[in-house]
Design a protein around this ligand. Sequence first.
Ligand SMILES: C[S@@+](CC[C@H](N)C(=O)[O-])C[C@H]1O[C@@H](n2cnc3c(N)ncnc32)[C@H](O)[C@@H]1O
Length: 487
Amino acid sequence: MVADGDVRTVLRGTHKTARGDACAPWGARKTCVWDDLGRTEGSDLTVKLHYHLIAQIISSLRDVFVDRRYADKVVEYAFKRHPKWGSRDRKLFAEAVYEIVRHWRWYWYLAGQPDAEHAQREAITMERLWHVWAAYWVMAEHELPFFDEVGAVRRAYILERAKADVSPALRASIPDWMEKRLGDELGAAWPAIRETLNKPADVYLRVNTLKTERRSLKTRLAQEGFITDGIKEIPTALHLRQRYNVFGMAAFKEGLFEVQDASSQCVAPFLQVEPGMKVVDACAGAGGKTLHLGALMQNKGKIIALDVHDWKLAELRKRTARAGVDVAETRVIEGTKTLKRLAGYADRLLLDVPCSGLGVLRRNPDAKWKLSNEEIDRLIIEQQDILSRYSALVKPGGKMVYATCSILPGENEQQVQKFLSTRGDEWTLEEEMKINPAETGHDGFYAARLVRKKEEPKAAPAIVEEAAVLPPVEPEVSKDDLPAQSD
Ligand SMILES: C[S@@+](CC[C@H](N)C(=O)[O-])C[C@H]1O[C@@H](n2cnc3c(N)ncnc32)[C@H](O)[C@@H]1O
């Protein structure tokens, strides 16, 4: 008996080979036909395992591990290259690439290859990539197909290796340096977080409250066949029960929702914006949080979205147009002038700083193989620099949120404490939010809200004759430098 949803497959209508494997009955070496157990022949659940599909998986893995490309871009590229793939082929392809990237070190080991070589580009040959895929396929409880490239692979060998007693880092496919750093910084909390971060992420939608509300969107999506569930604690979030191509949905094109993890949806509300405020989103990127801020401000006030990359801000502009956010203006940061012009401008400042992304490894598993201790150290210096320099944008009495999608205390609370150790006379920590993926099932996030002290009321100057002849004090920022919207 096989439970519904069981991923095991058996071959049907095929020739058996001497190994007990099977190939296509028509003798074509390149295609094997598989059917889920318990499904009737010819049902729409039949999966065709085409040679070219697996060859594309191998080639895409090469792109990720040898050419160092991002896994999501590689998957996107393959989909564009094969427009005729049906949804089943796309699913099989994407699942294989992401699962192998996620568990790379483990499958590499199961394939009988030296652990020490898993991260060495020159050691990652096409032959070895086929064997890694074979290990993944066997562990997913599939029979190996009769392709020459995996002809030498023995199922029993892989299953036997899977029983070996290996280090937790190898078993969980975490690089040793990362295991040590996270273990040292998170202590007893790390093993549970490690386990959670190795699972595929669910898809969450953020309801665009400028255009609809949660109940209406849920009903609309259900009518179109997409079932969602509300998240009690997060009023804007809908959890998608199954993976769909959400970007193709009419409701998405109408700007009724954005795709945004439940944790990420907690950041903009944490900034406590109100309609009419002047807000700066200083590391706005493609604007996930800018859009949310615009909705919370009910499209009243002003948001200045900054980033060092104009191409990201171009994407933000497209998204604001779709979402109907009218209050956001983009500015690319070029030198120190952009910031100086905004000194003391903001009621609220969001610093969603560049970070290691260790809280979102479920979404970007390739970060495990691209990050390094040195890169994290460099990011920590950059984050402190942003926190210290950009805080000048907040007006006295205003607030800023420092946020990361990292779980490392060194990028989070320690950064805030370091900032306060030199700026504590001017800033106070109002609240911290730490989202632990193991406790919530959502991405790991950190946010701290700090308040800039109000200016002390100046003592009335003693009226003396000379005061009338003192020259006027030059303002640090001239009126021309002030942003247009401050008028
Ligand atoms: C975590 S991402 C922001 C994600 C974005 N807020 C969102 O919700 O979609 C960090 C962003 O900071 C930008 N960045 C990097 N260095 C920066 C700097 N010195 N000043 C401002 N932005 C910077 C990066 O280009 C990137 O888009």
